[in-house]
Write a protein that binds this ligand. Structure first.
Ligand code: HSE
Length: 307
């Protein structure tokens, strides 16, 4: 039996559209063991009802496990597998639940069958299935990552240092938005001035986090590539952004394609920010949960193993 945990992730962080992502201490845990035959997947936690109603073979966890089995040529019908899923990551809210499921299936199968796959190979498998590298990379590697593709379509990444006293306040509204739909809301072309705006903010954000330069976070997390087209789908969010920025305590952005919102701040300010988030959503008629999380620096990790 093996047990692994995969962190949730928040992508974009404002200006780093499709390339910056941060792993969070909120987890998808998978326990995998061999059974006589067949496939059993049991769910607990976030999305358990939805996933239990799905055909097992159609779940991302199984599809990604199967990718590894196919790669090693193992005939899955010879042995059965039981996967127990304990999920803390809210689904379809912009916290990378799909990426965590995919990485979980791949790493889980690789660890279970003791197959040596490099991070590069695992990321390639993951991206062949679905998902975005700005979630996939931090879910596997942990921390704040900048993911990019080379001109030969090879996935590469670099890890950016984050301050230990960084806190991520996450407001999770009680409605869902699909990333696919939210991508359709984006324009195909953008003005050069908007591109320059984002280039400057994303470089500023990386520099601010590396140097614990808290004062510039509010400006550093501004974006003009995707948020202006997505915020109309989320009541109260414009007001929330303004109020949080006005405190001068934090930066704020959509988490991935939303509807969750993240605010990056220094430990000590999290309560003030949480209150603004809750109150503003409530004023707009939206019920939300607010979590205060830390960055996960481990990425996907084996947490138990027994023969
Ligand atoms: N970067 C993606 C987007 C979402 O904003 O559409 C998460 O991978």
């Amino acid at each position: 039996m093996i047990k692994i945990r995969v962190p949730a992730t928040t992508a974009n962080l404002g200006p780093g559209f499709d390339c910056l992502g941060l792993a969070l201490k909120l987890y998808l845990k998978l326990e995998i063991e061999e059974i006589e035959k067949g496939l059993v997947i049991e769910y607990q936690g976030e999305g358990a009802e939805k996933f239990s109603a799905k055909k097992k073979e159609d779940t991302l966890i199984w599809k990604s496990t199967e990718l590894v089995l196919k790669k090693i040529g193992q005939d899955k019908s010879k042995k059965g597998l039981k996967i127990r899923v304990l999920n803390e990551i809210p689904i379809t809210r912009g916290l990378g639940s799909s990426a965590s499921a995919i990485i979980g299936g791949i790493v889980g199968a690789a660890k279970f069958y003791d197959i040596d796959l490099t991070n590069q190979e695992m990321l390639k498998l993951a991206l062949s299935l679905e998902g975005h590298m700005d979630n996939i990379v931090p879910a596997l590697i942990g921390g704040l990552t900048l993911a990019y593709k080379t001109s030969r379509e090879e996935i590469k990444w670099t890890r950016i240092k984050t301050p230990l006293d960084l806190r991520v306040v996450v407001a999770i509204p009680d409605f869902t938005l699909s990333t696919g739909e939210m991508r359709k809301a984006l324009p195909q072309k953008i003005a050069l001035s908007e591109a320059v705006f984002n280039l400057s903010r994303s470089a500023l954000l990386v520099n601010a986090l590396q140097n614990s330069d808290w004062d510039v976070l509010a400006e550093a997390m501004e974006d003009r590539l995707h948020q202006p087209y997505r915020t109309p789908f989320i009541p109260g969010i414009e007001d929330m952004f303004l109020k949080i920025k006005k405190t001068g305590l934090a930066g704020v952005a959509l988490s991935g394609s939303g509807p969750s919102v993240i605010s990056l701040t220094k430990v000590g300010s999290e309560e003030a920010i949480s209150k603004i988030m809750k109150d503003t959503f409530l004023n707009a008629g939206i019920i939300c949960r607010v979590l205060v999380l830390e960055a996960d620096l481990d990425g996907t990790k084996l947490i138990a193993y027994s023969v």
